[in-house]
Design a protein around this ligand. Sequence first.
Ligand SMILES: *[C@@H]1O[C@H](CO)[C@@H](O)[C@H](O)[C@H]1NC(C)=O
Ligand SMILES: *[C@@H]1O[C@H](CO)[C@@H](O)[C@H](O)[C@H]1NC(C)=O
Ligand SMILES: *[C@@H]1O[C@H](CO)[C@@H](O)[C@H](O)[C@H]1NC(C)=O
Length: 218
Amino acid sequence: MKSLFHLALFTIGISLSTHIAKGWPIDPTHGFIDLPFNESFYHIQKPFDLPIDHRYSFISGVHRLWVYSTDSPLSRNSPTKPRTEIIISGYNYSSGVWQFEAYGYVPCGTSGVCIMQVFGSDPPHATTLMLRVYNGTLTYYQGPVIVPNIYDKWFKLNVIHDVEKSKVKVYIDGVLRYEGSGRGGAFHYFKCGVYAQNDDSYYMESRWKKIRVLKKCD
Ligand SMILES: *[C@@H]1O[C@H](CO)[C@@H](O)[C@H](O)[C@H]1NC(C)=O
Ligand SMILES: *[C@@H]1O[C@H](CO)[C@@H](O)[C@H](O)[C@H]1NC(C)=O
Ligand SMILES: *[C@@H]1O[C@H](CO)[C@@H](O)[C@H](O)[C@H]1NC(C)=O
């Protein structure tokens, strides 16, 4: 009887540690409050000299954003590279623990591009987090790798930013894939779409659905 009990404990111990080691999917939104989200909480940034529907569509709940490496920047005098991005301007934040959740999709061929950002940091940086795609690999800036083989499939993305603790966490399909430091700053918001970086492909596209913004309960 006693040994059976020990065996049971042992088995629980094993399954708990495999659970953590293999990164069993969890729901990262536990303990967070869903905030209202509709078109009044975001707008689209796109090449300044083009109408929005030349670089963005929203059909059946799917936001599709695309841009070419030869496109103009978002404003006439901007020195930045081309982009088409959803900017979540309705939830600027400077404190607290915030979360972005969405399903993302990157078609094969899109490379050298930022697909999601946590905007705002201390100088000289402008961002706290960039998720980029290089040749099918999703990376934190230019590294480390978050997940390989991101092309042509929907993935669930959760990004958590703890301002006071200066921490960021990235979950793919409910599994924690990156945990690192923030970069300071007192003004933040989330963005997703395509923003050309180094070694950008001629055509860049990402798709997004079921976008949610959440805030941790106090
Ligand atoms: C968006 O959500 C806000 C807050 O719930 C609401 O007041 C507003 O009417 C909604 N706007 C649209 C266009 O649905
Ligand atoms: C968020 O900040 C932007 C400036 O980047 C501003 O245009 C916008 O109105 C702010 N949003 C809210 C809800 O205050
Ligand atoms: C992506 O692939 C291209 C072509 O194979 C290669 O030239 C380039 O260096 C790769 N870029 C990265 C960041 O690995």
